[in-house]
Design a protein around this ligand. Structure first.
Ligand code: TRP
Length: 453
């Protein structure tokens, strides 16, 4: 360990609001705007949403608080914080999983974000809405299967992510989130107002608000649980890393609750921007992953001032993806800076470039390299599967067990800022010890095929 680096003051957020906005920026991303609407569409709407809300409350908020608490207490990266709290024990492997998951997730996140950037410019030029509605699917398939163009957009996106992270916590991450997050909220509200005032929007609103529990099955519950995790950026050390820059006087339970509520509110608003419009024009709400790249452009074609709203929409997705990607890159950057004593600049450029290069086969696997498979999955899907279905739940499970059991109740309550006498303190420990581990194990058993319904 270098004395020099140890003595150098560690970076911190400038303000509490800056920290909250950055954490919301991490949580609110493609998961809210792209994935939440389509899985809600596939799983029956309102009843699915209720289950999702329960998952956020029962395991999402408690694990987010656990991550913030570990980071703030140790002021270290995802690996270093476990080492510091339990020296000589293997718990640091949780952090290694996180760093590995960050490499994998960001590699394909950059690919999808590149699509969103490209669709923003296609929407601006008018090319997107010039495509006949029934050819939108082919146009999307043709674009993502192209060998060069998506990679150029992915390059641009990753370059922006790197440039922000190089500037550091206050001047890079905090500053950009302070600009982008309020803008994001304004764009989304405009889109919601447009959607709910369309003639025929009512059907889409009631799809989101009136629950039909018969549409709910065990699988839908597991999907909701897995998504609560992904959407809140848990299980990867992101919130440990962001928590490590938090000053001592910030109340962490309030912060974890606030960030989770904002993330959930954003997902619901994204649904309210999309479904009323989808129903108003008689499209299919259960279109799956193509919902925003295929169904929505066709919806914008039929909508008055559709081009204007299509630009806003794809801009919204690109910005939301950017603030999340920044938080994913910060996980390995913080680790490599401490471990190898690299400067921030060196760590960010080297790791950002490696992750970018690793994303190229993901992009190619959707076209030219489609024949190359791993366990029957294309490269893109294999990377997603390994990270989202194995590493993230495992990271979350280990974090819950670590704070729930390994640290000891007193220490955990102390670093989390809760008292043993309070109901919240009791519920938090109860969730970390039993509720979260059991539910996460069920999800893992089901996605890995050990449990079928
Ligand atoms: N939460 C982000 C989204 O909804 C993605 C994300 C950022 C993430 N950091 C993460 C997911 C860490 C899992 C773990 O798009």
């Amino acid at each position: 360990m270098s004395q020099g680096l140890e003595q150098q003051a560690r970076e911190q957020w400038k303000t509490r609001t800056g920290f909250m906005l950055a954490s919301m920026g991490s949580a609110i991303g493609l998961g809210n705007i792209w994935k939440f609407p389509y899985i809600t569409g596939e799983n029956g709407g309102a009843a699915f949403i209720i289950v999702y809300l329960i998952c956020i409350a029962l395991i999402g908020i408690p694990i987010m608080l656990a991550e913030f608490a570990v980071g703030r207490n140790t002021q270290k990266d995802a690996v270093g914080s476990f080492r510091e709290l339990t020296p000589g024990k293997p718990w640091f492997i949780t952090g290694i999983f996180g760093v590995a998951a960050a490499f994998l997730i960001l590699s394909f996140y950059g690919v999808v974000a590149g699509w969103a950037l490209s669709y923003t410019t296609k929407a601006m030029s008018g090319d997107l809405l010039a495509i006949p509605a029934d050819q939108m699917g082919d146009a999307f398939g043709g674009f993502i299967g192209n060998a060069l163009s998506p990679i150029l957009w992915q390059t641009l996106f990753m370059a922006i992510v790197i440039i922000v992270v190089v500037r550091g916590i206050k001047e890079g991450i905090e500053k950009w989130n302070k600009i982008l997050m309020p803008t994001l909220a304004v764009l989304l509200v405009i889109l919601v107002i447009r959607a709910v005032t369309l003639p025929g929007a009512g059907e889409g609103v009631s799809f989101l608000l009136s629950p039909d529990f018969s549409a709910l099955n065990a699988n839908a519950i597991l999907v909701a649980l897995g998504h609560a995790f992904f959407s809140l950026s848990l299980g990867m050390g992101t919130m440990i890393t962001y928590g490590s820059y938090v000053p001592k006087n910030v109340n962490l339970p309030t912060a974890a609750t606030g960030v989770s509520l904002a993330d959930t509110g954003f997902a619901l608003l994204a649904g309210l921007a999309i479904f009323p419009a989808v129903f108003a024009f008689g499209m299919d709400p259960g279109a799956g992953p193509g919902l925003i790249f295929v169904t929505l452009p066709a919806v914008f074609e039929m909508m008055p001032f559709g081009q204007f709203f299509s630009v806003l929409f794809f801009l919204l997705i690109s910005m939301a993806a950017l603030t999340s990607a920044i938080s994913i890159l910060e996980v390995p950057v913080a680790y490599f800076m401490r471990k190898f004593e690299w400067t921030r600049k060196k760590a960010t450029w080297i790791i950002g470039t490696i992750i970018f290069l690793f994303g190229i086969p993901s992009s190619l696997s959707l076209g030219a390299w489609g024949g190359f498979t791993i366990f029957g999955l294309g490269f893109f899907d294999a990377v997603d599967y390994l990270a989202s279905n194995i590493l993230l739940p495992l990271g979350g499970l280990l974090t819950a067990l670590f704070v729930g059991w390994a640290l000891g109740k007193q220490k955990s309550l102390e670093i989390g800022g809760l008292s043993e006498a309070s109901v919240w303190g009791k519920l938090w420990i109860l969730s970390l010890r039993f509720v979260a581990p059991v539910l996460i194990l069920l999800v893992m058993a089901s996605v890995l095929g050990f449990l079928t319904f």
